[in-house]
Design a protein around this ligand. Structure first.
Ligand code: SP5
Ligand code: ZN
Length: 327
């Protein structure tokens, strides 16, 4: 298993997010990467690539107007006289084809919650993350397993929207850029709504997600069992789920993914399933992650693992290392 990380990804330093009626310190702190960097290695720095190449890959999963907004949002927010991070706050529940100019309105058109702040370093960090992702994908295309230490996370970002600490959907971009039959396994605590919205109905891609039941947990409006379709399988699980039930659901997801004879596996790995996670409610233990990794590794195809959530900073590195030890 090769590991890729670009120091430029540290530049994303959001300060606050809004939920439950208050601003809270951002959960996706940069210290998360230090925990992972210290737990495994060696790490490879990705090769440089021109921004045009990074954008072309991102455009496989995302709309051009969304990418334009991501790139310019911070400067536009500053130009509008705001201090602090960009934080959208008004969202068009009724969708009309409005050509709006105010940054506030355009942000709402490309976001669904108040948990995706954009700081001055966010865009450079996203471009560094693209370099990490594409370097790891190159290794997988050559038949190896690779881990891309993606931060910020990606699986809540859809074709034209951000949310849930996510801006670019690493898993979906990699799946579409691979040009091969791809299985995407999402095992973050939260449903991978953005990935689902990008890949639903796409030939050659299957998406399976294990996550907290959206009747009780974020992102609420996606991930219900009834959303499963020909290339999507959602397996919502109750709060408190521990290893045995989780592993059984994972076996079901892997069996379903294997039916399609994938040539590549992309894992959206979130360690917020950990019993000690500060914002989540499953009960997976550090010692369990190697067995979960073994389930995924048993698919037997070159695998790209990207990092999604996981907010128990001290334990994050050990949890990631446990999962990756199976590959
Ligand atoms: C990638 C990822 O894991 N994104 C998760 C975004 C979740 N944001 C929603 C925040 C609401 C959390 N409620 C926490 C209650 C703490 N007691
Ligand atoms: Zn999560």
């Amino acid at each position: 298993m090769r590991g890729f990380w670009h120091e430029g990804q540290r530049a994303h330093r959001p300060t606050q997010e809004f939920f439950n009626g208050a601003l809270h310190p951002a959960a996706d702190v940069v210290e998360r990467v230090d925990s992972v960097l210290a737990a495994i290695g060696p790490w490879e720095a990705p090769a440089d690539r021109p921004e045009a190449a990074l954008l072309a890959a991102a455009a496989l999963a995302h709309d051009a107007d969304y990418l334009d907004l991501l790139r310019s949002a911070y400067a536009e927010w500053r130009a509008a006289g705001r201090s602090g991070d960009v934080l959208p706050y008004a969202f068009p529940v009724v969708r009309r084809p409005l050509a709006l100019e105010r940054i506030d309105a355009r942000l709402g058109q490309h976001c669904y919650d108040t948990c995706a702040p954009i700081a001055d370093g966010t865009w450079p960090a996203l471009m560094a993350g693209m370099k990490t992702l594409l370097a790891a994908l190159d290794a997988v295309q050559a038949g190896e397993h690779a881990f891309a230490l993606t931060r910020p996370p990606g699986h809540h970002a859809g074709p034209g929207y951000m949310g849930g600490y996510s801006y670019l959907n690493w898993a979906a971009i990699a799946a579409l850029a691979s040009g091969r039959r791809t299985a995407i396994l999402d095992i973050d605590y939260h449903h991978g709504n953005g990935t689902q919205d990008i890949v639903t109905g796409r030939d050659g891609v299957r998406f399976a997600s294990l996550h907290a039941d959206p009747r009780t947990d974020y992102p609420f409006f996606w991930g219900h069992a009834e959303e499963s379709g020909s290339n999507v399988l959602n397996l919502p699980l109750p709060r408190g789920t521990a290893f045995a039930a989780y592993d059984a659901a994972l076996a079901q997801a892997c069996d379903w993914l294997a039916e399609d004879s994938p040539e590549v596996l992309v894992v959206s790995f979130g360690a917020d399933t950990f019993e000690g996670d500060p914002i989540s409610h499953f009960a997976i233990r550090t010692a369990d992650y190697a067995a979960l990794g073994a389930r995924a590794a048993a698919l037997g195809v070159p695998t790209l693992v990207v990092l999604e959530g996981g907010y128990a900073v001290e334990a994050l590195g050990a949890n990631v290392a446990g999962f990756l030890s199976a590959f």
